[in-house]
Design a protein around this ligand. Sequence first.
Ligand code: KG4
Ligand code: ZN
Length: 356
Amino acid sequence: MIVLGIETSCDETAAAIVCSERGILSNHVLSQLKEHEAFGGVVPEIAARAHLDHLDTLIQAALMDAELSFDDLDGVAATTGPGLIGGVMVGMMAGKAIAAARGLPFISVNHLEAHVLTPRLTDKTAFPYLILLVSGGHTQILVAEDVGIYKRMGTTLDDALGECFDKSAKLMGLPYPGGPNLEKMAAGCKDPSAAIGKYNLPAPMVGRAGCDFSFSGLKTAMRQYVEKLPPGDLIPEDIADLSYAFEQKASRIVSDRLKHAIIDFKKSYGNGPLVISGGVAANKALRSALKSLANQEDMEFVAPPLGLCSDNGAMIAWTGIEKLKAGHVDSLDCAARPRWPLDPGAEKKIGAGVKA
Ligand code: KG4
Ligand code: ZN
């Protein structure tokens, strides 16, 4: 089974071809870094227009690279939410148009589900597994029971971890995109234990029952430390130390919350893999903290290759394959969804808002 996947929910325009037997045949991602850099973040209208400018070329490139034509496809999958709605509409309408013109099944893909199913593409991970989904807009701990069946164990009550990375980076004067730039600076920290001693950042929720997260206190503490440093541009050494302390504290918070989730997961499902996915899963400090946690807990650790953590079309095509195999096809009049929780039955959390 061969499926074209289209992703346009944020600032990456992406198209990929995935085969159920042979894996990724092509995977083209065009990042809009240049377009949004001057604004220090993603501007939704600029993102939508850039998707419109580049998507058809990317789809053609994905087909050419895979040495295939539209005739070889068994389906077209596109992200239909959640995300920046203008961009989502661009990819969704392109996908629907190809499906209509070629008489192919159209599969409407939840972007979060695509992150959650990525380890099944990259590592053939079997259900059930415990997954930390960490992206720019979401931070959740879920159990993936089967395609379309996800149980939310924890969520952030305020900021997402990616948002906290991005805002903290911005506070230190680092350019967009904040997360990867903060990681680069942290790698330059010369004395890790001195940095941690110097910047005693808080660990909100750590030690409390449950698996929910809160990152706004960490961000506020970052602001307070930045304000205490000498005025003007921060010196690279201070940024490196503060970035290192931040990464370590973020990893500690996430590990603590996951420990609680692992207890509940093991009670209900026996054992299974611990997975990390989403853009922030590219962070090496976080990956290494979770790998040690999985070792301690005698769990297999799965983290997709760095290029498949951030947004891409391959994860959308793969989700299309999983859904098609399960007999799921969408009507061409399905709507784009700015909000689309993976576990609609999960308890509503005060403060979680659209991040639930
Ligand atoms: O999954 P993703 O590409 O887009 C969304 O669905 O949101 O995640 C983007 C987020 C951004 O906040 C970005 O700064 C963060 O992932 N990110 C990182 C790293 N690479 C991307 N955060 C920390 N370290 C990284 N290496
Ligand atoms: Zn994403």
